[in-house]
Design a protein around this ligand. Structure first.
Ligand code: HEM
Length: 366
């Protein structure tokens, strides 16, 4: 007979023997309950990590931590995941993280903001470099359509890479709290994809640009004098300059050295499928970031000089032509070579309508 059904109303009262049996069963159930409660306590105690640590594992000494960090192996501690050389604690990863977060990030920001501040101050105090003499209205051909297109493509790619790179490094401190997680998530993955895919295109076009400009950027004695006179900032007269002046050559060689290092380290990061080690990737990341942040800071100077900083420079890269006065004042040696080829504005308009502006040989020195 079932214990429960025994007490259901409407049933006939049970015999004394049956009642005793019911009481025994109740006591048995209570005993089992108390016993299982005791076991649960033990199980909970084992799930508590603190209690587990204090009872199950002996304390780890500083010496043992040092050994684990350094990757030393021994009979009691060894990590041989996938037969790699990974340590339990990736000490070189920690060095990379400290270099990136404590040095590269803050100093990169200081370099870029510092450069922007210096340029602004320079503009406020010294102002735009105007032409000393009035324009003659006669034009000299300087940049072919090919070179202008190449320059603006490389410049656009550089600026996009700089902005997406800066977002990868600093964006979370600004945009995450500003726009919220959903938009920030979209923004950072878009930055990463753009950066990864545009980087190699920039690299290839930069090499084409550097090869095209090499002949005009071979360092000469006059470039040293140009620097000593700070490009004409000191003294009355403009220092001598050929097709490219000392400052332009410095920008060229910075791109040809640091620029190419940034491109090469970018390739190491972009294609991790050539068996390069984690350490190589970490160093590539640091070199890439330092070079790119430095170039971005200097590029601000180039952009300033090419736009608001100097009267008449931007039209060289937009129209392909410069005024004779600009050529005489900024690139006197080049001017002497090509002055016979100066044309009037009417001739220029006629030439443009005849669509010969893309002709690289128009007035470049041979
Ligand atoms: C908005 C951004 C930029 C502006 C307004 C600008 C403007 C100019 C101008 C006006 C010139 C011609 C100067 C002259 O005729 O003497 C020039 C030349 C040049 N630019 Fe830019 N630029 C920009 C960005 C860039 C970037 C990002 C790069 C490289 C990554 C670059 C690389 C060069 C090079 C290599 C030259 C030739 C200098 C030489 O002859 O050695 N530019 N730029």
């Amino acid at each position: 007979m079932n214990l429960l059904t025994a007490q259901l109303p409407g049933r006939a009262p049970r015999s004394g023997k049956g009642l005793t049996l019911g009481i025994w069963r109740c006591m048995l159930v209570a005993f089992v309950l108390v016993l299982s409660l005791g076991f649960t306590q033990v199980a909970v105690a084992q799930a508590d990590p603190d209690r587990e640590m204090s009872s199950a594992a002996p304390g780890i000494t500083a010496e043992q931590w040092r050994q684990v960090r350094s990757g030393e192996t021994g009979p009691n501690f060894r990590d041989s995941r996938h037969e790699s050389t990974y340590n339990l604690i990736n000490a070189s990863g920690e060095t990379w993280r400290i270099l990136r977060n404590r040095w590269v990030s803050p100093f990169g920001l200081i370099a870029i903001i510092g450069m922007a501040a210096v340029i602004t101050l320079f503009y406020v105090i010294v102002g735009r470099k105007q032409l000393d003499e009035p324009r003659t209205g006669r034009k000299l051909f300087r940049w072919s359509l090919f070179m202008r297109s190449l320059h603006w493509t490389v410049a656009t790619l550089f600026i996009t890479l700089a902005l997406t790179g800066l977002n990868l490094l600093y964006g979370k401190f600004v945009f995450r709290s500003l726009f919220g997680d959903a938009f920030w998530g979209w923004m950072i993955s878009a930055s990463k994809v753009l950066h990864n895919y545009l980087g190699p295109i920039f690299g290839i076009l930069l090499i084409v640009l550097l090869i095209s400009l090499l002949k005009d950027n071979i360092p000469k004695k006059q470039d040293w004098v140009w620097f000593k006179k700070a490009g004409g900032l000191t003294g009355k007269h403009h220092p001598d300059a050929g097709f490219a002046n000392g400052g332009e050559k410095a920008w060229y060689w910075l791109l040809a050295t640091v620029g190419l290092v940034v491109v090469a380290s970018g390739f190491v990061l972009d294609f991790p499928n050539f068996n390069q080690s984690r350490d190589t990737m970490q160093w590539a990341n640091i070199i890439h970031a330092v070079g790119a942040l430095g170039l971005t800071a200097v590029a601000l100077g180039h952009i300033y000089i090419g736009t608001v900083g100097t009267e008449g420079s931007l039209e060289a890269m937009t129209t392909g032509y410069v005024d004779e006065t600009w050529a005489k004042e900024h690139h006197n040696l080049w001017y002497e070579e090509v002055k016979d080829q100066a044309i009037t504005e009417e001739e220029l308009a006629a030439r443009k309508s005849g669509d010969s502006s893309g002709d690289i040989s128009a007035s470049r020195p041979s």
